[in-house]
Write a protein that binds this ligand. Structure first.
Ligand code: FES
Ligand code: FES
Length: 153
């Protein structure tokens, strides 16, 4: 079995097949941007994209990924290292506080802009509401998302 993650193929060893996608990413493949929060599919810290759609990787068996493309926060920047507009604006506007939830926030925001380039405040709240932030950065996340959407308009 192989996983397509960002722009690379990774072999999945037989003894990883009982694990979640998050475990494989973090513990075996060194892709530690996605974080383990609740471990129960409820906080969003582990969010990655599967064929562009946000999923909770802590509760996703790695075997269920199949041939779908996994995008983690490590894959948001362009191959040359140029930051994704969301990452750039996140830094410019100093969105993160402790940072723990931010990988999940960023990939979720990227998916939103991909399907809805000019989201309304309500669409942002609906798309991002399941990604919790204990540090209270939701307001800055919304502002940064709106700034990126405006840039792309
Ligand atoms: S760690 Fe996966 S949803 Fe909380
Ligand atoms: S920045 Fe600390 S949990 Fe979100």
């Amino acid at each position: 079995m192989e996983l397509r993650i960002n722009s690379r193929l990774y072999a999945v060893a037989p003894d990883w097949r009982e694990e979640s996608l998050l475990q494989v990413l973090r513990e075996h493949l060194g892709l530690v941007g996605s974080k383990l929060g609740c471990g129960q599919g409820q906080c969003g810290a582990c969010t990655v994209l599967l064929n562009g759609e946000p999923v909770r990787s802590c509760v996703l068996p790695v075997t269920s990924v199949d041939t779908r493309l996994v995008t983690t926060v490590e894959g948001l920047a362009a191959p040359g290292g140029t930051l994704h507009p969301l990452q750039r604006v996140w830094l410019e506007q100093q969105v993160p506080q402790c940072g723990y939830c931010q990988a999940g926030q960023l990939v979720c925001a990227a998916a939103l802009l991909q399907r809805t380039p000019r989201p309304t405040a309500q669409q942002i709240d609906e798309a991002m509401g399941g990604n919790l932030c204990r540090c209270g950065t939701q307001h800055r996340i919304r502002q940064a998302l709106q700034a990126v959407a405006k840039e792309g308009a």
